[in-house]
Design a protein around this ligand. Structure first.
Ligand SMILES: Nc1ncnc2c1ncn2[C@@H]1O[C@H](COP(=O)(O)OP(=O)(O)O)[C@@H](O)[C@H]1O
Ligand SMILES: [Mg+2]
Length: 350
């Protein structure tokens, strides 16, 4: 499928209705024969937000993005991008969007700058703006020094950054990124997050990103839609999603010189739902408000002249949210405990 129809006049600008939501997805469904890959999904993305589609492999994230970006027709329902129905006005919709597909698609035999300038020309960015845009984007994605390097010489993270710059050469209003950090090392992943946040703030951009990384969705996104088996199972801010999961905070604490009634004292703390002894002076405390209980526990220990030897707090994560709404793990348990280990020295206080 060609990106622009022959009749369309490429132009860099997105002549779009400015009001309303950036993306409207309205009861959209995609079937492959008898198999339903996306099942009656609806959501709106507000202008200027970073919106995450979070779900395991095969959940339907790429299918959703492909329908929103005109690459795949929906079986039923519709998607509206910046006011343009993608089925009725695909060219207008395309001028408003930048798209980074899941697979790396930059041309490895071209230089970094050539990859950008070809896209800028394809989108009809006027020659006078092209160089300025490309310079600014190369600076933003930290590839200025590499502008004349062949793309095949870049690392995976650098190539991803080049593709992010390429998706923005025509100054789109809405930026779609399909798993932009999959396969990157942790440092490159964080670099991509920081770049996206900075770009969004500077360019008044709306971003829709898919990911199967819980920490990424949590840190980056204003709102997150959890998709599983083609269905939207939950949608809210990461904080509200986590707050919607009842009583899952676990605090493990070990004490020195605790009195005999310590078990009961811990049980009296507000929001604590259970206290289980799990070893010598060690307790596993369940709370519906981990942060508050931790503070109160430390205050109680100080007041009672009891030393805390170790303290670990497991806050609710989006993993817990996923389990709550789908009944299963998204992937292997991540390390999610914050550990504070106090040196075992006389007179040491928390
Ligand atoms: N062209 C296709 N024909 C048949 N099934 C497909 C096709 N494309 C995707 N699927 C299936 O649709 C489901 C959703 O796929 P996809 O949108 O790629 O998921 P995700 O991006 O969340 O990993 C998967 O089960 C996948 O196998
Ligand atoms: Mg995918």
């Amino acid at each position: 499928m060609s990106w622009f129809s022959p009749k369309s006049k490429p132009s860099a600008s997105c002549d779009a209705p400015a009001s309303g939501d950036a993306i409207v997805v309205d009861h959209i469904t995609k079937k492959y024969g008898d198999f339903t890959a996306v099942d009656d999904v609806s959501f709106n993305v507000h202008q200027g937000e970073i919106f995450g589609l979070l779900g395991p492999n095969g959940a339907g994230k790429s299918t959703l993005i492909r329908m929103m970006t005109t690459l795949l027709p929906a079986t039923s329902g519709r998607a509206v991008i910046n006011g343009f129905d993608v089925a009725k006005e695909p060219d207008s919709a395309r001028h408003c969007m930048g798209v980074i597909p899941q697979a790396l698609t930059s041309d490895i035999d071209l230089t970094v700058e050539e990859n950008l300038s070809i896209y800028a020309k394809l989108y009809g960015v006027p020659a006078a703006d092209r160089k300025r845009n490309i310079d600014e984007l190369l600076k933003t994605v930290d590839l200025l020094k590499w502008r004349h390097a062949q793309t095949k010489t870049l690392s995976g993270g650098m190539r991803r950054r080049l593709e992010i710059a390429r998706g923005l050469v025509h100054s789109p209003k809405i930026f779609f990124l399909d798993e932009p950090t999959t396969g990157l090392d942790p440092v490159s992943r964080v670099a991509v997050w920081e770049m996206l946040t900075e770009i969004k703030n500077r360019r008044a951009l709306t971003i829709l990103i898919t990911t199967h990384y819980m920490d990424e969705a949590d840190r980056l996104c204003d709102r997150v839609a959890i998709v599983d088996h083609g269905k939207l199972v939950a949608l809210d801010s990461p904080m509200a999603l986590k707050a919607s999961v009842p009583g899952t905070n676990v605090i493990e604490a070990q004490f020195l010189n605790a009195p005999a009634v310590w078990h009961e004292e811990l049980g009296k703390l507000e929001d604590v739902t259970s206290v289980q002894p799990v070893g010598a002076d060690m307790y596993r405390i369940l709370s519906s408000n981990g942060t508050k209980t931790t503070t109160e526990l430390v205050e109680l220990a100080v007041r009672s002249n009891v030393q805390i030897k170790s303290l670990s707090v497991q806050n609710t994560t989006l993993d817990d949210v996923f389990v709550h709404y789908t009944g299963r793990q998204l992937r292997d348990e991540q390390v999610k405990a914050y550990n504070f280990v106090m040196p075992d020295r006389p007179g040491m206080r928390p």
